[in-house]
Design a protein around this ligand. Structure first.
Ligand SMILES: Nc1ncnc2c1ncn2[C@@H]1O[C@H](COP(=O)(O)OP(=O)(O)OP(=O)(O)O)[C@@H](O)[C@H]1O
Length: 344
């Protein structure tokens, strides 16, 4: 029998990450902060998952764990069924070209002393793709054209480009080795509206033409809604709601998603940062800000509920919401259902 192909490309199961906080003396225990707590999600092939949440909610920490730039404290990440968290050395390097990252600040992530050609061809050299210099050059030219630049840009330096142009260089480098998954962490946050929209359109066409999946990390709700098939809403390190992007953002169930979808969130006051160890835990982290709290919210942790296999919410919904039922966790602590087939 051929091995079963998983219905998703990547799956995070019960991902958690703690950080040690400065302080704590010789006699007191170090304080720890759980930045990401029991996060599970999956991304199908050629699917875009938007990860949203305000500053400090844990988005970057999740992106870095998926990229294996940061080890999780608990949980695992499966790429096509292969547990990335258990790999190191050569085995990890062999998988590396399958997932690549696009950063928020393209200028900081591009070596200013390297020419565009060198920046884009570096991963090709590292992974031994196209050892022939001439054909590598042709490949770089095609990559530049694919992201909306020109082969004439090859010998220029990053400083000669606008923010959007630099982001295109970063994207050309990220797709050079034909990754199956891109993690884009706030890729338009430092761009103006029209430049940001162009980059979003580029991502959208790359997902189709390069058959890639995308984890799109952003706090720009309209852009997330436009680009994403599904969305996961993060609050203080936990996914509080997930499902098809339009359904979640048009008909939010969690009070936090509602604020986010209506654009009514106050400027971040740090309230979304996860609490340090020692804070009362278990009850809903959103309770102090919630305008719909029920008596049970003060008595027990919010249950994880699902509806129709594609939507989930972590909330004591008002009674009468009978279409929602408790999610049964698998032995790995991840929801037992699989993602819907992407719509694109
Ligand atoms: N290396 C670290 N050491 C200690 N705390 C950290 C570290 N990295 C992140 N944190 C903390 O973890 C929490 C989540 O941070 P993270 O950067 O993942 O959030 P974010 O949602 O990406 O925020 P932003 O949009 O501002 O980047 C924050 O409270 C942050 O201060």
């Amino acid at each position: 029998m051929p091995p079963e192909v998983p219905p998703f490309l990547i799956r995070a199961e019960g991902l958690s990450r703690e950080f040690e906080l400065p302080g704590g003396g010789i006699f007191s225990r170090k304080r720890r902060l759980e930045a990401v707590s029991e996060v599970s999600f999956s991304i199908g092939r050629q699917e875009v998952l938007g990860l949203v949440g305000e500053s400090g909610s844990g988005k970057t920490t999740i992106g870095r764990m998926v990229m294996r730039l940061l080890p999780p404290t608990r949980g695992r990440i499966l790429l096509d069924g292969v547990d990335l968290t258990s790999l190191s050395g050569r085995a990890l390097r062999a998988q590396r070209r399958r997932f690549q990252m696009v950063f928020q600040d393209p200028y900081a992530s591009l070596n200013p002393r390297m020419r565009v050609r060198e920046i884009v061809e570096e991963p090709l050299v590292v992974h031994g793709i196209d050892p022939d210099a001439g054909s590598r050059r042709d490949r770089v030219a095609r990559l530049l054209e694919r992201v909306g630049l020109s082969s004439r840009d090859m010998e220029r330096f990053p400083r000669e480009f606008s923010g959007g142009g630099r982001q295109r260089i970063g994207i050309a480098r990220a797709i050079a080795c034909g990754p199956e998954l891109l993690v884009a962490d706030e890729p338009i946050a430092s761009l103006d509206l029209s430049m940001g929209a162009q980059i979003i359109n580029l991502f959208s066409s790359l997902v189709d033409s390069e058959a890639m999946s995308l984890l799109f990390i952003s706090h720009d709700i309209p852009m997330v809604r436009y680009l994403s098939d599904r969305v996961a809403v993060l609050y203080r390190g936990k996914i509080v709601e997930s499902g098809p992007a339009e359904a979640v953002l048009d008909d939010p169930q969690h009070p936090y998603t509602r604020l986010l979808a209506e654009g009514r969130l106050p400027e971040s006051d740090g309230a979304s940062s996860p609490g340090a160890e020692g804070e009362p835990s278990g009850l809903c982290a959103f309770l102090p800000r919630c305008d719909r709290a029920l008596p049970e919210c003060r008595l027990s942790p919010p249950p994880r509920l699902s509806r129709g296999e594609v939507r989930e919410v972590l909330c004591h919904l008002p009674k009468g919401e009978s279409s929602w039922s408790p999610v049964h966790l698998t032995t790995q602590g991840s929801p037992s259902h699989v993602p819907a087939t992407p719509s694109r």
